[in-house]
Design a protein around this ligand. Structure first.
Ligand code: GLY
Length: 342
């Protein structure tokens, strides 16, 4: 098991990565804690021992569980359990659990310690690290939340063996992104090494831009906004719906699309596009826009993407200086790139 540090001054923490890492959970429980509220879902099925008095609280499956109602229910259950400010919340699960448990920990008693035990590949390389927590509103996804860093994270690669194939593959899509954020030879690495390398990469980007302000003020290499590589089209495909795409699968298409777009804009050569195609294919992920998805609809959804703060279309794109936020990408070029990816 290796420890990857997320350097955030007094909010620094370690991510423990490797087979069996979940058995180290009690070492991450703060000394002040006498109780631990374990938040998970029935389907997760990963048991943890905290070394203190613990009770498990289940939330529902799926995006619908990411609601203010779930957070209220959790906080009420914490109160009945007698969870105090000195105690700890443990999120055991994938992105839905880490987002909801994280937000409940951020607001209960104005903030209690939080540890994540990430049980999906996607959560291990992304959702459990970085401190963004939140829930959805009927008006939109992730509209309410808080930055609340955990005091420790566990990425036990052993538990990934039990994931449904599709869920695992979705995680690979999020993982593929890191091949273009500086993780060399990613598809060739053993699973634990690959997870650790992705965690190191995310830790570096989060440490340099904890609250994602770099992306708001302009193109600045190293900002957290770069973690959205492949996500602009990815989100549009997910929102457009009905294509039976998991998050990571949509991101994989988004990565290949971003490479072709960068090529059309003269930012990268053909070999760089081929590298994107190669990584995505190595993971057995899709790389083409689904037939039914109309380019005009995808364009409209991308223009609305919450990450775009400028007036025009904004993408994270590869280029001579690596990835950066590129604003005001011409619509016609985006449309032509989409059409070319059928
Ligand atoms: N919870 C994911 C992040 O902070 O990026």
């Amino acid at each position: 098991v290796r420890a990857v540090k997320v350097e955030l001054g007094e909010r620094s923490y370690e991510v423990l990565v490797g087979p069996g890492a979940r058995r180290l959970l009690s070492s991450l429980v703060p000394p002040s804690a006498t109780k631990a509220a374990v938040v998970t879902q029935e389907a997760v099925g990963v048991e943890v021992g905290t070394g203190v008095a613990q009770e498990t609280f289940f939330i529902k499956e799926g995006e619908a569980a990411k609601s203010m109602a779930t957070v209220e229910q959790l906080c009420r259950n914490f109160a009945r359990f007698g969870l105090s400010r000195a105690d700890v919340v443990i999120g055991v699960g994938g992105g839905v659990v880490t987002d909801v448990a994280g937000f409940a920990a951020a607001v209960y008693h104005r903030g209690v310690a939080l540890v994540h035990v990430a049980t999906t590949l996607l959560a291990q390389v992304d959702a459990a690290i970085g401190g963004k927590t939140g829930v959805n509103l009927p008006e939109g996804k992730n509209l309410v939340g808080a930055f609340w860093q955990p005091v420790g994270v566990i990425c036990d690669t052993e538990v990934l063996a039990a994931l449904p194939r599709r869920e695992y593959r979705s995680g690979l899509g999020e993982m593929a992104k890191y091949a273009f954020l500086g993780v060399a030879n990613l598809p060739e690495l053993a699973l634990e090494e690959a997870v650790a390398a992705c965690v190191e990469c995310k830790a570096r980007l989060v440490a340099g831009d904890e609250r994602e302000v770099a992306g708001l003020s302009g193109a600045k290499a190293g900002g957290r906004a770069l973690l959205n590589y492949g996500h602009t089209l990815g989100h549009a495909l997910e929102t457009a719906g009905n294509y039976d795409l998991r998050h990571g699968e949509a991101v994989a298409i988004g990565l290949v699309f971003a490479a072709h777009l960068a090529h059309r804009l003269g930012r990268v050569g053909k070999e760089r596009v081929a590298e994107h195609e190669r990584v995505v294919a190595a993971y057995g992920l899709p790389s083409r826009v689904p037939q039914g998805a109309k380019s005009e609809d995808l364009l409209a959804l991308m223009a609305r993407d919450k990450k775009s703060t400028g007036t025009g279309l904004t993408f994270v794109l590869d280029g001579p200086a690596g990835l950066e936020v590129v604003r005001d990408v011409p619509e016609a070029t985006v449309l032509a790139t989409l059409e070319g990816l059928r």
